[in-house]
Design a protein around this ligand. Structure first.
Ligand code: ZN
Length: 384
C-alpha cells in the first residue's frame, strides 16, 4: 500500500545538495520523492494523488535535515558492560544511523547482528573490533595478540553487510606491550577486505605520530580532538607534522566525544587552524548519556555551534561527511530524490546553555539543537 509523508514548511538544510531554505519535503513508500517550494503545488500533488495513506508533519520553525549519523557509539548491552540500547540514543535522539565502534569482535559478531542490528528501528552498522572478544571481556582487548585473527575478521567483513570497517583502540592501557602491532594487523585486515580502519587515539604509547603514519586515505581517527598530552596539536596550536601529512593523504578526523576525549581547547586550535572536513560523533554509552558530558549527538553538535561553527557545517559533520566515511554517500546523509527517507527534524532553539567538555571546561552557548522527529526509511518516530 502506497504511503506518502509530507514534512511541511520546515527549513530544509541539506549540505549534500547545497539546499538551505523553506520548502516541503515529500516522501513516498519510504523514499524521498522531492523538495517543493510554495509555487510547485501541481507537481507535489501529482506525487500524492494515488496514495492510500497520507501523513503530514508540521515542521514550521524547525530544521529539516538528512537523518543524523553517529559513527562512534556503543550499542551492545547484552555483552559489553557499558553498552546502551540503540533506540535510546538513536531515533529517540534524532539519530537515524548509529555505528557501533568495536563493541563486538569476531567472537560475538553473530550475536550483535542478530540482537542489535536486526532488531533496531535505528539503522545500526559497525566497526568490527580486530580483537575477537571486542569490548566484551574487559578493556585491554589488544594486549593478547593471539586474539587478533586477521583471516577471520576479513571473512566476517565480506559476509556481514552491516560491517563498515575495522576498529583498533591504540592507547597504552589497551595495547599494553604490543606497540603498533595491533594496528598493523588491523590495517592488514582492512586492506584485504577493502574497508577503512577506525583508530581510537588516547594516551601514549604508542606515539600518535607513529599511529598516524600507518593510516591511509579513508581511515578515520576518532577522539582526534582530545585534551590529553601528546595529541594532535602542539602548544602553539600547530597540527603535528604527521597529522598534516595524514590529512593530505585523505585520512579523516572524527570527534568521538566520550567521557575523556573531547576538549574545547583542542577543538579551538583545530578551528583556528582552519581545519574542516571532520565528523561529529559521540562515543556514547550507558554512563555518559545519563551523567554527561556527552548526553546526545544533538548536544555534541550544539557544542560546535557554541564554538562558532556555522549550522550548515555542523549538519554536514553529522550527515554527508559521515556518510562519505562509511562509503554510503548518495544513500545516507542526503535528502536526494530516490534515496531511503532518513530525516531529522529539530528545533534550533535560542536558549542560553552551559556546555561541559571531557576536561571539565565550561562554555556558554546561545543555541541548542532539540530533535523533535526522526524519520527512518519513511517511518516517523517522535523523539524524547
Ligand atoms: Zn568508544
Amino acid at each position: 500500500m502506497a504511503k506518502t509523508v509530507i514534512v511541511r514548511n520546515g527549513t530544509i538544510l541539506d549540505p549534500s545538495q547545497g539546499i538551505h531554505g523553506i520548502a516541503d519535503l515529500w516522501i513516498r513508500d519510504g523514499r524521498f520523492a522531492g523538495i517543493f517550494g510554495k509555487d510547485e503545488a501541481p507537481a507535489r500533488e501529482a506525487i500524492g494523488e494515488t496514495t492510500d495513506e497520507k501523513e503530514e508533519i508540521d515542521a514550521a520553525g524547525c530544521l529539516v535535515t538528512p537523518g543524523w549519523i553517529d559513527i562512534h557509539a556503543h550499542l551492545f548491552p547484552q555483552r559489553a558492560v557499558l553498552g546502551i540500547e540503540a533506540e535510546r540514543v538513536g531515533v529517540r535522539q534524532g539519530v537515524t544511523t548509529l555505528v557501533d565502534a568495536g563493541s563486538a569482535g569476531a567472537a560475538y559478531y553473530r550475536q550483535f547482528a542478530d540482537e542489535v542490528v536486526a532488531t533496531s528501528v535505528t539503522g545500526v552498522l559497525a566497526w568490527l573490533n580486530i580483537a575477537e572478544q571486542g569490548l566484551c571481556e574487559g578493556r585491554s582487548e589488544l594486549a593478547d595478540l593471539a586474539r587478533l585473527d586477521v583471516g577471520r575478521a576479513v571473512e566476517l567483513v565480506r559476509s556481514e553487510p552491516s560491517i563498515v570497517g575495522i576498529k583498533a583502540r591504540m592507547s597504552g592501557s589497551v595495547v599494553r606491550d604490543n606497540g603498533l602491532r595491533p594496528l598493523e594487523l588491523a590495517k592488514e585486515a582492512s586492506r584485504a577486505a577493502g574497508v577503512p580502519v577506525m583508530v581510537h587515539i588516547g594516551n601514549a604509547p604508542p606515539r600518535l605520530g607513529d599511529v598516524l603514519s600507518l593510516l591511509e586515505a579513508g581511515d578515520v581517527v576518532t577522539h582526534a580532538f582530545h585534551g590529553k598530552a601528546g595529541g594532535m596539536f602542539d602548544d602553539e596550536g600547530r597540527l603535528i607534522p604527521e597529522g598534516e601529512a595524514a590529512l593530505a593523504r585523505g585520512v579523516k578526523f572524527d570527534i568521538g566525544h566520550g567521557s575523556a576525549s573531547f576538549s574545547f581547547r583542542t577543538m579551538r586550535k583545530a578551528l583556528d587552524a582552519g581545519l574542516g572536513g571532520y565528523t561529529v560523533s559521540t562515543d556514547i554509552y550507558s554512563k555518559n548519556v545519563e551523567e554527561g558530558p556527552v548526553y546526545s549527538l544533538a548536544v555534541t553538535m550544539s557544542k560546535l555551534l557554541a564554538l562558532g561553527v556555522a549550522p550548515e557545517r555542523v549538519v554536514e559533520a553529522a550527515t554527508s561527511l559521515p556518510a562519505a566515511v562509511l562509503g554510503r554517500s548518495g544513500t545516507l546523509g542526503t535528502l536526494r530524490t530516490g534515496a531511503a527517507a532518513d530525516v531529522t527534524i529539530a528545533l534550533l532553539a535560542e536558549k542560553v546553555t552551559e556546555f561541559v567538555d571531557s576536561e571539565g571546561e565550561r562554555l556558554t552557548g546561545s543555541r541548542l539543537l532539540e530533535p523533535l522527529w526522526a524519520i527512518k526509511g519513511g517511518v516517523s518516530c517522535r523523539c524524547g
